[in-house]
Design a protein around this ligand. Structure first.
Ligand code: SF4
Ligand code: SF4
Length: 77
């Protein structure tokens, strides 16, 4: 099963990944990070299809996608 990992310390709460996910399984947190942002989280990970659209969309490279044992760090700064 594919999985995604969101590093909340990189997230600035822009919600682009929330809009981009075709499965609509990403939503925003109710609490904030140390930088004062609501952050993205996966609320239904079992429905992830591993398409990586969220990771490609994130302007802050906060999302990694793990598919078939491979971690895709698309833009690792
Ligand atoms: S990999 Fe695709 S289905 Fe999974 S959370 Fe990201 S955008 Fe959604
Ligand atoms: S696209 Fe990236 S920065 Fe924007 S809410 Fe999603 S994880 Fe956070």
């Amino acid at each position: 099963m594919p999985g995604i990992k969101i590093d909340k310390d990189y997230c600035k709460g822009c919600e682009l990944c929330v809009r981009a996910c075709p499965q609509q399984i990403i939503s925003m947190s109710k609490d904030i990070t140390v930088r004062g942002y609501f952050y993205a989280r996966v609320h239904e990970p079992s429905r992830c299809i591993g398409c990586r659209i969220c990771a490609i969309t994130c302007p802050d490279a906060a999302i990694d996608v793990i598919t078939n044992g491979t971690t895709f760090e698309l833009f690792h700064y």
